[in-house]
Structures are given as structure tokens and as C-alpha cells.
Design a protein around this ligand. Structure first.
Ligand SMILES: Nc1ncnc2c1ncn2[C@@H]1O[C@H](COP(=O)(O)OP(=O)(O)OP(=O)(O)O)[C@@H](O)[C@H]1O
Length: 303
């Protein structure tokens, strides 16, 4: 099995004439972990629902290709394609009256790459009781069941749409570890739609940022991190060095300050930073995300 590649052409979805997705032309490379970021209402859930074939585009199309699917196909009303896509939403989409065991049996029947052993191992780790009815599980355990279904499906396109929000921090960390371990064993195309940017940023290889139904940026994480820098050191030295730069975020702890700046630091600035004993690192994805989706004007963007 290998992961599906995604291509969208002028993809548009409207609700009552108002665009939720407005002419998206995107490509998601196969066998990578993609982060789908955007502020509330930017179109993330609409986008992933359309990728998964839950919704028909109003204009344009979604095409999935690769793996044993071969030529590009649209997911909407194509049972072969949709059986290769697993979308786990925060709502869970689970039948409340069914037991966890029954939900697993259903997934095993519907999912061509289902791995039963992995499902049981993960349910043990998350301490989800197999005989319990879904409606009696706590919110966190329901979320855990959702992510177990997503991982054990081993679908060539697996999408988690904020599906782990209900889980506490140790459970989310367990999910991130399980995702990375299983992805290393069985590479596939993963999309994580999330607000928890700093939490997931180290796992992501590619990032798509949506804003008001449009693509703000799509880039490998490394190139995004290269769009700025973090500068850490004594307050006065950091202030002096950053005086003429676009500062995205600042933090102070006692006499130490950390500033995130946008743009390349030229050799002259780097030399000054070194001689002032400042530490230079890559820009944090979260700071960049806030900047790229912020509607208040900045010195640099002039918006
Ligand atoms: N079923 C619907 N009926 C009407 N409008 C909708 C519907 N679903 C989404 N929208 C609208 O489409 C836009 C995009 O919503 P969507 O849920 O895709 O955004 P999102 O980025 O997932 O938001 P959030 O981060 O808050 O979950 C919003 O303006 C939303 O109000």
C-alpha cells in the first residue's frame, strides 16, 4: 500500500451562496504528514469533508490518485475511493448505542487495510473499555476511540479533523507517538487539521494555511521556518538588533528576551548578533501562523 496524492482544481463550496472554499488549487504529496491550519471558520472542516467525499463541490473538483487506485478519481459517490479515505472528525460520527467492540467489527468490514492487532493494542494504551457502549464513554475516551479507528484503518489518505481535542495532554502525546510510530512502519498520506499548532509542529512535513476559504500559503515546514528567526538574549541587545525588523512576537523572562522576527537576517546582522552573544534559531510555526492569518496591519505587510 502507498498513500494517495490529492489535487484540487478551483475547488469551491458555498453555503447559501457564501463561499466556504473559494477556488482552491492545491496539491498534497503522497506519504507525507500535512498540517492543515487556519483560524475558526477558515474552511478546514469543509475542505476535509470534501476531500473525503462527504460533500460535493459546487465548482471545481477533488482528484485522488496513486497507490493501487491508479488514475485520478473523484471521491464523491465513489465507494472504492472512499474506502481508501478515513476522515475522523471531532464529533466522532460514531453510533452511540453500539459497543466499542461492534464499532471495531464494522470498521474491520469496511476498511480494506484494517489492522485488528493495532486497534486492540491502542485501545489498551488509551484504556478504552471494549465492551462499553460508545454513548457511555467520556468525551476523551470517545476521541481516543476515534483516533484508534483512524490509525488502525491504515487508510492511504487518513485525515484527523481536530479529532483529538477532547483528549487530555498525556493522551494526545500518546496519539502523536502512536501516529509517528505507525506512519514510520506504514507510510501513507496524513492530514492533521488543527489549532494546536505548536503541539503538532514537529510532526509536520508540509503545511497548508487557509484563511476565509482561500490558501494563504502551502509550503514545506522547513521553508516556513526559514521565513524568519527567533533571537534570544539580554533585553537591550535583542531590542537593539531588532529595532528595524518586523517583530511577530516577544517574550520576556527577567533580563532575557526572545523575539520572533520576519525575513532573512543578513550577514551583517548575524555577525552583530554573534558578537552580542545572542542566540539565533528558526521561527516558531505558531508565531508565523498567527502573523499570516492576522487581519491587523503590520509594518511589513501593510495590510
Ligand atoms: N453546514 C453549514 N451550513 C452553513 N454554513 C456552514 C456550514 N458548514 C460550514 N459553514 C460555514 O463555512 C465556513 C467554513 O466553515 P468550516 O467549518 O469549514 O471552518 P473551520 O476552519 O473548520 O472552522 P473551525 O476551526 O471553527 O472548526 C464558515 O463560515 C462556516 O460558518
Amino acid at each position: 500500500m502507498s498513500g494517495l496524492a490529492v489535487r484540487t482544481e478551483n475547488l469551491s463550496v458555498r453555503f447559501g451562496g457564501v463561499p466556504a472554499l473559494d477556488g482552491l488549487d492545491l496539491r498534497l504529496a503522497p506519504d507525507k504528514i500535512h498540517g492543515l491550519l487556519g483560524r475558526n471558520g477558515s474552511g478546514k472542516s469543509t475542505f476535509v469533508a470534501t476531500l473525503a467525499g462527504f460533500r460535493k463541490p459546487d465548482d471545481g473538483r477533488v482528484l485522488l490518485e496513486g497507490g493501487e487506485l491508479g488514475a485520478a478519481r473523484e471521491p464523491y459517490e465513489d465507494a472504492v475511493v472512499t474506502s481508501r479515505i478515513c476522515l475522523i472528525r471531532e464529533s466522532g460520527d460514531l453510533v452511540g448505542a453500539a459497543s466499542v467492540k461492534h464499532v471495531l467489527e464494522l470498521a474491520a468490514a469496511l476498511r480494506p487495510f484494517w489492522n485488528h492487532d493495532l486497534a486492540r493494542e491502542l485501545l489498551d494504551k488509551f484504556e478504552v473499555p471494549v465492551r462499553q457502549k460508545v454513548q457511555k464513554l467520556s468525551r476523551g475516551k470517545k476521541s481516543a476511540l476515534g483516533v484508534v479507528l483512524g490509525l488502525a484503518s491504515r487508510a492511504p489518505l487518513t485525515i484527523f479533523d481536530e479529532s483529538y481535542l477532547g483528549m487530555d495532554v498525556p493522551s494526545r502525546n500518546l496519539f502523536y507517538d502512536a501516529l509517528l510510530a505507525d506512519y514510520a512502519e506504514v507510510p501513507r498520506t496524513i492530514v492533521l487539521s488543527t489549532h494546536l499548532v505548536s503541539e503538532v509542529s514537529t510532526m509536520l512535513e508540509e503545511v497548508v494555511i487557509l484563511d476565509r476559504g482561500r490558501v494563504v500559503t502551502q509550503a514545506p515546514v522547513d521553508s516556513l521556518r526559514g521565513r524568519g528567526a527567533s533571537i534570544v538574549g539580554p533585553v537591550a541587545a535583542v531590542d537593539e538588533l531588532t529595532a528595524d525588523l518586523t517583530v511577530l512576537a516577544e517574550q520576556r523572562l527577567g533580563g532575557t528576551k526572545s523575539s520572533t522576527v520576519l525575513g532573512d537576517l543578513d550577514n551583517g546582522l548575524l555577525a552583530r548578533a554573534r558578537s552580542a552573544g545572542l542566540e539565533i534559531g528558526p521561527v516558531g510555526l505558531q508565531d508565523l501562523f498567527v502573523h499570516l492569518t492576522d487581519s491587523t496591519p503590520t509594518k511589513e505587510s501593510g495590510r
